[in-house]
Design a protein around this ligand. Structure first.
Ligand SMILES: *Cc1c(COP(=O)(O)O)cnc(C)c1O
Length: 409
């Protein structure tokens, strides 16, 4: 290890709260590639957790950022700003004329969704939101309560009231959770942190119908699966349904922090002046960046590309999986792909990283691949070769399939 890497790690350990357990020391990126402080290159199939959807340092986005930064970085929302208006119009065009509220992160976007549900429901005593088990909605007090994973809430009790849970893809469980207090149903079309759990179109359609019947709001958390990642602009489009509102963040700014709530116009009116705000939300720089990201996705036809490249990658992984008995399932949509195994994947992600491929381990037994939508065909091939080698090593097999005695468990 060079002294540069050691210094960074040392500074971290002395001065950064121990919230994270970082692996690499990354200092530079271009396209799908990133370099660590040692000069070693990696294929970044994590995209900073579905954030850098255009890869690192996309020239079009950099140019837009530079131009806007020179012009005007920030004004408060006490004043109009042009990039915010243009980005809202763009999101409106991608939906059915929806209106947007801008913030800075996924948790904040979901907070705004929750406040929207409370504002609309409270007049009639309806405040509860039905969320799915294994979901992830953020780490603030409200979004942590919405998150369907007990481990996230541990130590932060009392948990904020107003959230009940149902099973993804089990419409009956959702039906049972509805009461006279219910205001909304919140779900991810493809659960990311929950291990790439794909909501079936029938389930999404069933939730939509249930919401219509009971006058409930259907909310989608598109923070991870939105903006083209699944091969549609938004994950819910695979089911041909439209939620009443949805949240965006992660890849919206291609790496620059920005979040948004996008709501159908009548619902958007609930957010009357003074009801919600964010100092940084919708700043000229953030919005100009997000606008450039969306225009680039359109120009380079990356939504369709995510679908075709993702299918090829997933098929290749599924074929590979047949040879490896620790793999249980390969699933996902577009370039949001999970590989479920019969044991924790930490060892496997470490092997992959060592071989130059960055994936996401996460909890449980699901390895996630979230390459940028700009990933090249040869980079997919290169990744597949690395995955092959890594799986062989993890299974303790040699290249010709013979067992070796160094399987890692
Ligand atoms: C990451 C994520 C969030 C939280 O976003 P932050 O920007 O970390 O607050 C919320 N929902 C989903 C689906 C996510 O993947």
């Amino acid at each position: 290890m060079t002294t540069q890497t050691e210094n960074i790690i040392d500074l971290y350990q002395r001065h950064v709260m121990p919230t994270y357990t970082p692996a690499l020391t990354l200092i530079r990126g271009r396209g799908t590639k990133v370099w660590d402080a040692e000069g070693k290159v990696y294929l970044d199939f994590s995209s900073g957790i579905a954030v850098t959807n255009l890869g690192h340092g996309h020239p079009g986005v950099l140019a837009a950022m530079r131009e806007q930064a020179e012009q005007l970085i920030h004004v408060s929302n006490l004043h109009y700003n042009r990039p915010q208006a243009l980005l809202a119009r763009k999101l409106s065009g991608l939906t059915d004329g929806a209106k947007s509220f801008f913030c800075n992160s996924g948790a904040e976007a979901n907070e705004a969704l929750i406040k929207l549900a409370r504002l609309r429901g409270n007049a009639t005593g309806r405040f509860e939101i039905i969320c799915m088990r294994k979901s992830f909605h953020g780490r603030t007090l409200a979004t942590m309560a919405a998150t369907g994973q007990d481990s996230i809430r541990e130590g932060f009790e009392p948990v904020m009231p107003g959230f009940v849970y149902a099973e993804l893809n089990d419409l009956e469980s959702v039906r049972r959770a509805v009461s006279e207090r219910t205001s909304a149903i919140l779900l991810e079309a493809v659960q990311g942190e929950g291990g790439i759990q794909v909501a079936t179109p029938e389930f999404m359609q069933g939730v939509r119908t249930l919401c219509d019947e009971r006058d409930l709001l259907m909310f989608c958390d598109e923070v991870q699966c939105g903006m083209g990642r699944t091969g549609q602009w938004f994950g819910f489009q695979h089911a041909g349904v439209a939620p009443d509102a949805f949240s965006l963040a992660k890849s919206l700014g291609g790496g620059y922090p920005i979040g948004a709530v996008v709501a159908r116009p009548a619902l958007a009116e609930v957010m009357a002046p003074g009801k919600h705000a964010s100092t940084f939300g919708g700043s000229p720089l953030a919005c100009a960046t997000a606008l450039a990201v969306i225009e680039t996705i359109e120009q380079e036809k990356l939504v369709a590309r995510a679908a075709t490249v993702g299918d090829r990658f997933k098929q290749a992984l599924a074929t590979k999986a047949q040879r490896f008995d620790r793999i249980r399932e390969v699933r996902g949509r577009g370039l949001m792909i999970g590989l479920e195994t019969d044991r924790p994947v930490k060892q496997l992600t470490d092997i992959l990283t060592g071989m130059g491929l960055i994936s996401i381990g996460g909890k449980g037994n699901v390895l996630r691949f979230l390459p940028p939508l700009t990933v090249r065909d040869n980079e997919i091939d290169e990744a597949l070769e690395i995955i092959d080698d890594a799986l062989l090593e993890w299974h303790g097999l040699s290249r010709d399939g013979e067992e070796t005695d160094n399987a890692t468990t």
